[in-house]
Design a protein around this ligand. Structure first.
Ligand code: AMP
Ligand code: GLY
Length: 435
């Protein structure tokens, strides 16, 4: 099979790494990919958002299957475009992708099917919204309806900060049309957890659990990021919680998809708040999580291509999915300044000095010449440089979480680039002692 992976981050590197182990794959392409992915796949210089360009490439190169990593091409309907052109694609179609691209679409779905979530109200009129601040008390949860690269949620502590957020999102349109509608929610307290599931339209199968660390600094301090580390399995899951999630969330969700004629095929990533009243849905995403995938796929024993085929053929119910008992810890190395402004092009050293059993997943990396000029591909004497906010994910496995953690941290100290930063508490339960 000839496979095209769409995307170019750590998630796509993990998908490529896993697919490259399959005997069923003859050729792997990735658009646009990165310097790490280029070691195992042919990288193509087409942006993930260029859905027409990707479709053209897939047709010209007789691609058997496209695996879509990020949410933007999914929300643009890349799966519909590819399918119409006779190319099999893994990921939800445009209609289903609204479960990530529109908060109000998801809230209405959850309400319609009595799935536990925060109470909410949606607004399209700025004055009406401003006169409704505090409808659910404070903190006030303010969400841009559309995609905003993970930055569209503001938790306002008081009226003044609520008004300022509303002015920026709806007035100044800092997220463009994504903020023309705002969803206001009741504030939930508890512990956050994610559940990623395979869905074939009829059956929903949760993967092993994985925990993400969203804040930039240790002890969950500082602004939100795309995710600064992950480990699997999560220490906060147990049988009682898993049963509650299955009965109150997963089963009503798959029934709801069928009732609403949402033919969801792909990955449903459910963000949860584990509250005193049980798990509640914070959000749906419709793709693999980044960085959750970097701790999950190294633990997956089954060939990912078999699972993807089972999803596309609606045979998930019969598909066995096996996981290793080993624990995985993945620590993200990010550029200095991230998630704010940061510089790119910093030379990365130490990657050839790591233990063999440690996996490095690249996020924002590229090849450069010795004098720092960008190179389209690896060449003699080329170097690897930073090319994004999140740069590398160092994943290690171990018999225990501690063993995996120690291995990941022992190796990360051997890698360096100017300004690099990483959290020191990945794999530990959040320390809330100072709260
Ligand atoms: P979202 O993009 O919807 O996942 O929201 C981003 C982050 O905002 C979540 O990971 C939570 O930390 C926080 N958040 C979102 N909705 C709520 C809520 N209703 N109550 C409390 N925190 C929330
Ligand atoms: N780790 C969060 C996400 O992928 O959205």
């Amino acid at each position: 099979m000839k496979i095209l992976i769409v995307g170019g981050g750590g998630r796509e590197h993990a998908i490529a790494w896993k697919l490259a182990q399959s005997s069923k794959i003859s050729k792997l392409y990735c658009a646009p990919g990165n310097a790490g992915i280029a070691e195992i796949a042919q990288c193509i210089d087409i942006k993930a958002e260029d859905t027409d360009g990707i479709c053209r490439f897939a047709k010209n190169n007789k691609i058997d299957l496209a695996v879509i990593g990020p949410e933007i091409p999914l929300s643009m309907g890349i799966v519909d475009t590819l399918t119409k052109n006779g190319i099999k694609a893994f990921g939800p179609n445009w209609k289903c992708a609204q479960l990530e691209s529109s908060k109000s679409f998801t809230k209405a779905f959850l309400a319609r099917h009595s799935i536990p979530t925060a109470g909410y109200k949606e607004f399209t009129d700025i004055e009406q919204l401003k006169s409704s601040t505090g409808i659910f008390g404070y903190p006030m949860v303010i969400k841009a309806d559309g995609l905003a690269a993970g930055k569209g949620v503001v938790i306002a502590e008081d009226e003044a900060s609520a008004i300022s957020a509303i002015d920026q999102i709806m007035g100044d349109r800092i997220f463009g049309e994504a903020g023309d509608k705002i969803v206001v929610e009741e504030y939930l307290t508890g512990i956050e957890a994610s559940v990623l599931c395979f869905v074939d339209g009829k059956t929903i199968v949760p993967m092993e659990s994985a925990q993400d660390y969203k804040r930039i600094f240790d002890k969950d301090k500082g602004p939100n990021t795309g995710g600064m580390g992950t480990y699997s399995p999560s220490l906060i899951f147990n049988e009682t919680l898993e049963t509650q999630i299955r009965e109150k969330i997963l089963e009503p969700t798959i029934k709801g998809f069928q009732k609403d004629e949402l033919d969801f095929k792909g990955i449903l990533f459910i963000g949860l708040m584990i509250t005193d009243e049980g798990p509640k849905v914070i959000e749906f995403n419709n793709r693999f999580g980044d960085p959750e995938t970097q701790s999950l796929l190294p633990r997956m024993k089954t060939d990912l291509i078999d699972i993807i085929n089972a999803v596309l053929e609606e045979k998930l119910e019969d598909q066995i999915i096996e996981w290793s008992d080993q624990k995985a810890v993945c620590v993200i190395m990010a550029s200095g300044g991230y998630p704010g402004d940061y510089n790119k092009g910093k030379i990365i050293s130490g990657l050839d000095n790591l233990d063999e059993d440690v996996i490095v997943f690249h996020s924002g990396t590229k090849y450069v010449s010795e004098d720092g000029a960008d190179l389209p591909e690896k060449q003699a004497n080329s170097l690897i440089a930073t090319n994004g906010g999140r740069v590398l994910g160092i994943t290690a496995l171990g018999k225990t979480h501690e063993e995996a953690r120690d291995r990941a941290y022992k190796n990360i100290t051997r890698i360096s680039f100017e300004g690099s930063q990483y959290r020191k508490d990945i794999g530990l339960l959040p320390d809330r002692s100072e709260e």
